[in-house]
Each structure stands twice: as structure tokens, then as C-alpha cells.
Write a protein that binds this ligand. Sequence first.
Ligand code: PLP
Length: 348
Amino acid sequence: PLLREHFLDERPDVMAMAARLNANENPYGPPESAKKAVAEAVAGGNRYSWKELAMLVDKIAKKEGVTDKHIMMGPGSSDLLEKVALVLFMNGGNIISADPTYMSLIRVAEAVGATWKAIPCKSDWSHDLAAMEAAIDKDTKMIYVCNPNNPVGSITDGKALLDFCSRVSEKVPVFIDEAYLELAEGTGTESMVSLLAKKKNVIIARTFSKIMGMAGLRVGYAVAQPEFLDKIQKITRGGMGISHTSVLGAIASFEDTEFQAMTKKQNTACKEYLYENLTKMGYKYIPSYTNFVIFPINHMSGKDFLAKMTAKGILVRSFDIQNKPWCRVSMGTMDEMKQFVKALGELS
Ligand code: PLP
């Protein structure tokens, strides 16, 4: 694999940090509407939340243009990534993905016996779709595409990806992780959900953790063909892991399009501020379609960088990619971004 993460020997005290820019969270969430809904929902916590969950599913289905049978809910999309990996790979097989990419589904697949076919990203850090297609063999059980991709923040052109998914899903299911898609701006940022109406065997994962500001309240969903979801849910149920409070919070956040638009606007403003300052300091970043930006570190190891930034109260992530150290910084508030820029400028 081309990706290796650095960790400090001692875990930092997260709560004591001036800026938590390490987990691609939404610094503004949860929206006020969701806080109120969660508080009011507490009293109903003695009951299972089936009815309310069905309401949430209906709203999602309507927005995505599919039926409720096309939706599987989970406490965060991680849950869905992991469940799909467990069910699909419990008898082995191989999974194809880009490298670097988000490793959650792949790690679980490997843990239950799958092999990983890692296909290096292209020079612009997009997926090498032709190489991924060429890697399919008789043991391939799934292709995982993270678009926009974490930790690189890059986009793979939506039109090319639609074409790829449409063709390749005739051979193997294609899982498209769209955790950051709502934050992406510009051309080529199409969702793959439209392929479901064309009966394609694609699975799209979405989350309430990013644009909707609910990372700690844990709600996500997958959109896929009902037959595919039946296969997963025969073994492991989706919505049972979501609390009543989170369901009600999710309904409120989902409908709070004003909050989502504000998040997107602030996210873009923070990225522009960061880009300008990185450029001034001589850092070359990868243009990001997400709420994080990654750039190569100069003159020190990834672990030293992490230690120095942590000592300044700034939490970020550090990876080696192709044996070179990189920093991945999530967009916080503008004030937090200023603290990050200041801290970075102070490093020798
Ligand atoms: N997919 C990607 C690409 C992510 O970066 C993350 C989290 O950062 C997730 C999925 C999982 O998010 P959650 O479980 O909060 O929905």
C-alpha cells in the first residue's frame, strides 16, 4: 500500500486542543434544529424507533428518487461499509480499489479473508478507472470507489465514473462512497445514485456526519438495489443500531437545507483562505473537493510534524504517501484555520 499513517506514542488529550482538525468533522454542527429535536426525543427513548426510522427513510428515498426498499440505514456509514464487507467477503475473494483511499471497508474485507488489489491513483490523484477495470478477475467480489477520495480530497470525473459503473457493475458490484460529495463544487461531481433507476448493481454510501454536522450522533445510509440490500440484511440489520434521538436529529438536519448551505459556504471560504496561505508558505496542496486538504510536509518526518503541531494545540493527521510525509488538515471554523496557519508558519 502507498499509504501509511503516523501516530504519536501518547494519545493527545483531544478536549484540551485549541483546534481539532483531524477527523473531517463539521465545526458548526449539529444544527440548532437537530439539537432541539434530539432534546425533545429523549422522553420517547423507552420505545423502539421503527416508525420514526421509516419516516426518515421515506424522506431519504424521496430525495434520492428511489423506493424505501433501496435504502439501508446505519449508525454512520462506517457501519454499512463494514457490514457490506463482512457479508460479501466472508468466503474470501478480492476487492479492487484505488490506493490511497479510505480503508474502512477494505480493512474489514481483509480481516475476514479477502485480498486487496490496490490500484495506484493517477498523477492528478483521481481513480485509474481503466486499470481498476483491467484488474477484475474471477475472484473479484466488489470494486470500492471513494469519490471524492479520502485522504487525498480529489475527485474522479462524474461522467467517466458513471460510464465505468454502468459497464463494470454488469460484472461485479461497485460500491461508491460519497461521504463528501455534498461538499464538492464544480463540474464532474455527479452522484452515482441515478444508476439505480437503470437497474445497475451499484451501492452508494452517504453520511450525516459531514455536511449535516452529526458525526457523533451516528447516522448514515446506503442506496442500492433491494436484492443486494436483502442479501446484507438477511445477516445483519441496518437501522437497529441507530438511537431514537439520532433518528429525530437526522430528520431535522436532513430538512435543514439552510444549515447545509451555510456549511458548504464556510467550508469553501476556509479552503480558499488555506490555499492562499499554503501557497505563500511554499506548500503545494492537492485541490480538494471535500472538507479537508492534504499537502506534502517540508523538511521533517510526518511523526515530528504531528508532534510539533499537537504541542501547539492543533490536531491534524499525518500520512506517508509514496514514502513522503503529508499533512491532512480538516476545515474548522475560520478562527481555527487561522490558528492552524499560524502554527504551520512557526514550524522551522
Ligand atoms: N467514508 C469516508 C470516505 C469517510 O471519510 C468517513 C469518515 O470520515 C466515513 C465513510 C465514515 O463516516 P461515518 O461513519 O461517520 O458516516
